[in-house]
Design a protein around this ligand. Structure first.
Ligand code: PCP
Length: 383
């Protein structure tokens, strides 16, 4: 398989070659110096106003043995354009070759988490499941699903990721099972007869017949054991999916059950989710989360041997990122400055904190705390 091992990454094998060359030339010419380098994003994807910062735990695993200091915002924090999210201080050659991996972790995982967070805000309290591992290289399935979970997915479909996240894996049944059973009701019965009692009986009902009639057949067969149905209706048949779902809801309610849930999946993104959120109980989302646009962070030197310097287009000097605890507005100031109170009267606190200092790394929060931190922040921002 075409993958880099953890050792390859830790040994900077995945570095862009120009870092190798730069470090070599700097050493030969005696130009290697202590610097401060800052990670920030100039332009968020599309019309995004914020992102969710994910990937820090792996960056720290990469850097912990290096002779450097690192300040960072907490993993799971909201950030905005042109805000420093991480700063590395040390001899340039100590970390230069890791820039490729550092940005790789942060760009892709923050992108997935940000899309999951945007969908979380759209689905409100409805179920949101990450079904997209199949759309990406399997070597990064765990990283992708962890980011989706932190961003706001309630569950993930891959077994290994769910185990690592210490949650039960989420899923229903594939079309292949229904096809091999030869009939949707038979498939529902076989599934019910073979699964442990704690596995929800959510039956895929778009393989053969009309979704409404297949739902009623399955409800007839499973009754109270039926947890829900999933519509993954192909685009060639999708038509007005909302109207189909409303019809199914009507028929189920008419038969005395609003307990049977209706789930939608298949090519869903923000627009389609927004159009369905009031008529479905949950969503399975693949491509749009797992292949979400990356947040294109860059790493830029902002100080050399204590003197502020940066390339054109970048403000020099080490910085603080002050955030109002009351209204969540931000102010980027030079590191030595102390902020006034926020114009709303709230107090501002520097959310860039040391995570590696003098060889010591902070105790890392568990993924559920990281997810809670992200979810509690989402109420302060809009799409
Ligand atoms: C896909 C599978 C995924 C759904 C779609 C979400 O259907 O059910 O869970 O993926 P998406 O958001 O990327 O479309 P199929 O590809 O028909 O797979 P299967 O027959 O296994 O359900």
């Amino acid at each position: 398989m075409f993958i880099s091992t953890k050792e390859d990454i830790l040994n900077a094998k995945v570095t862009d070659v120009y870092f190798d060359r730069a470090v070599y030339a700097l050493k030969v010419k005696g130009l290697d110096k202590r610097v401060k380098a800052e990670v920030s994003v100039k332009k968020l994807p599309k019309n995004y106003k914020w992102g969710v910062f994910v990937g820090l735990e792996e960056v720290l695993e990469l850097l912990v043995s290096k002779n450097i200091n690192v300040r960072s915002i907490k993993e799971g924090s909201i950030f905005r354009e042109n805000e420093p999210v991480l700063e590395i201080e040390g001899l340039y050659s100590e970390f230069a070759k890791y820039e490729t991996a550092i940005l790789g972790f942060l760009c892709q995982e923050s992108g997935v988490a940000t899309k999951a967070a945007r969908l979380r805000k759209l689905v409100k309290d409805k179920l949101l499941l990450s079904f997209g591992a199949r759309r990406m290289h399997p070597a990064i399935a765990v990283a992708i699903e962890r980011a989706a979970y932190i961003g706001g997915c309630d569950g993930v479909s891959t077994v290994q990721a769910a185990n690592i996240l210490d949650i039960a894996p989420s899923g229903t049944i594939p079309h292949s099972f229904v096809l091999l059973a030869g009939d949707t009701v038979e498939a529902a019965k076989y599934f019910d007869e073979t699964m442990d009692s704690d596995v929800p009986r959510i039956i895929l009902i778009d393989t053969f017949g009309d979704e409404k009639f297949e739902t009623l057949r399955v409800f007839e067969a499973l009754g109270k054991k039926l947890t829900g149905v999933r519509l993954d209706t192909p685009s060639s048949r999708r038509g007005n999916l909302r109207a189909i779902i409303e019809e199914i809801r009507w028929e189920l309610n008419l038969r005395g059950t609003n307990d049977v849930k209706i789930f939608a999946s298949g090519g869903l993104d923000e627009e389609s989710i927004e159009s369905l959120v009031d008529v479905v109980d949950g969503f399975g989302v693949g491509t749009s989360i797992s292949s979400a646009a990356t947040i294109d962070f860059s790493m830029d030197i902002v100080e050399i041997e204590g003197k502020p310097i940066a390339k054109k287009g970048k403000n020099s000097g080490s910085k603080s990122l002050f955030r109002c605890k009351k209204c969540f507005s931000d102010k980027v100031l030079p590191y030595s400055y102390k902020p006034q109170n926020c114009s709303c009267g709230g107090t501002m606190e520097d959310i860039l904190e040391y995570v590696i200092q003098n060889g010591k790394t902070i105790d890392l929060p568990n993924v559920k705390s990281i997810r809670d931190h992200a979810q509690s922040s989402l109420r302060f921002v809009d799409l």
